[in-house]
Design a protein around this ligand. Structure first.
Ligand code: HEC
Length: 378
């Protein structure tokens, strides 16, 4: 009677509930060894139904907790079709999307029919995560992702970097190239995605796709009036570092906006250590299609002033009284709030999209070669 008193029962239940996580965390070495043995045994069985083996399943789940993010983790998740691991697979795809394990995670998500989870992330608030996931989907080259990527490409609410990443990703499998080509031929691809589309379609290994795309898309012309080679071709070339440094400081005009080791102006990011951050491919895209990958904190803001003029610049500060922006000429300008009619983030980078007009392909290859040498110094 005494033991069954409802209040006592409640206390006892609460105690158990609150202790449960503590107990679960305290996995002893002995348990760990047992779990590992059981998992090995499980792996030797064929057609196991985990639901009929609760103890083995518990061991497996505990074991998985200790090996997050490893090849073994992925192998076990695949082998036992553990859909509960979907969030971890998404994390792997985003954080290790340029490694085999991240790419395998993407394929596993498709095997598990986890399109909703992928879609949620692609349409999520965090653009950087969406861009990384799209890139991993591209490397997976799996046409099962094409519908998801197409919906991102066609969604004008999504940012240009996310949509450009989706274009690049879908262009990494042939079915995707054909779908992208259809949009181009129908004239329904947004023009801010033309560079990304031209880049993938004009480097297609399928001659028919390449020719058809060439009727609608060209890469921008360089200083010698020749169209740019695709990024895929540019990355194969090797440039001259000293010549590249020269281009950076002169005809490239890069130095008007970027500092390298104390020299230059700081409209855009300091590039002193950029070689540790970006790949050659990313360099070409940053230079040739700046709006496809606007760096955090360097978004352009557009101000419409009461007198009808428009000012663009990087946001320096904003208070109740005024807004300060830095223009492309590296001048900081201050505007009282009551002179500003409209103030919003722009989807266009402050970095000019036509820098290649003053450069030859060789100038570009040289400048990128130079940038790759700008590494972290000890
Ligand atoms: C008018 C100013 C301007 C000029 C000129 C300019 N940039 Fe930029 N650049 C920016 C701004 C602003 C950003 C940041 C926004 C963005 O990512 O597009 C940027 C971003 C970059 C990035 C990406 C950096 C990162 O951290 O991801 C690279 C690389 C770069 N610029 C290289 C160059 C090179 C090379 C040249 C010359 C050929 C050049 N820029 C000319 C303004 C400029």
């Amino acid at each position: 009677m005494y033991l069954l008193h409802p209040a006592r029962l409640l206390v006892a239940t609460l105690l158990c509930l609150s202790l449960a996580p503590l107990v679960a965390q305290e996995v002893t070495d002995a348990t760990r060894a047992k779990d590992s043995r059981r998992v090995k045994a499980l792996l030797r069985l064929e057609n196991v139904d985990l639901e009929t083996l609760p103890e083995a399943k518990a061991s497996l789940m505990r074991h998985l907790e200790t090996i997050h993010g490893t090849d073994e983790f992925l192998e076990l998740v695949r082998r036992f079709k553990l859909k509960a691991a979907n969030p971890e697979l998404i994390r792997l795809a985003i954080e290790k999307g340029d490694e085999t394990i991240g790419v395998e995670a993407v394929k596993t998500l498709f095997d598990f029919g986890a399109n909703d989870a992928i879609e949620k992330e692609l349409n999520g608030k965090d653009d950087a995560r969406a861009v990384k996931l799209a890139a991993a989907m591209g490397l997976a080259g799996d046409p099962r992702g094409n519908e998801l990527l197409l919906s991102v490409i066609g969604n004008s609410e999504r940012s240009v970097p996310v949509r450009s990443a989706a274009v690049t990703a879908i262009g990494r499998n042939k079915a995707g190239q054909e779908q992208l080509l259809k949009l181009v031929e129908a004239g329904t691809l947004a023009k801010e995605l033309n560079f990304a589309a031209a880049n993938v379609l004009l480097s297609s290994t399928d001659a028919a796709i390449k020719t058809a795309a060439g009727k609608h898309l060209t890469l921008p012309a360089t200083a010698d009036s020749k169209p740019l080679p695709t990024v895929a071709e540019l990355v194969k070339r090797t440039g001259d570092v000293a010549a590249g440094k020269q281009v950076f400081g002169t005809i490239g005009t890069c130095i008007k906006c970027h500092k390298v080791r104390g020299e230059g102006k700081d409209v855009g990011p300091d590039l002193s250590e950029i070689g540790s951050k970006l790949s050659k491919e990313a360099f070409y895209v940053s230079i040739l299609d700046p709006s496809a990958g606007i760096s955090h904190n360097f978004e352009t803001y557009t101000l419409l002033l009461a007198d009808g003029t428009v000012q663009n610049g990087i946001l320096v500060s904003q208070t109740d009284a005024d807004i300060q922006i830095k223009t492309a000429d590296a001048i900081v300008k201050q505007f009282p709030r009551d002179e500003v009619e409209d103030f919003k983030k722009s989807t266009v980078s402050l970095m000019p999209a036509d820098l290649q007009k003053a450069l030859t392909a060789q100038n570009l290859v040289d400048v990128v070669e130079y940038l790759t040498t700008l590494k972290k110094q000890n």
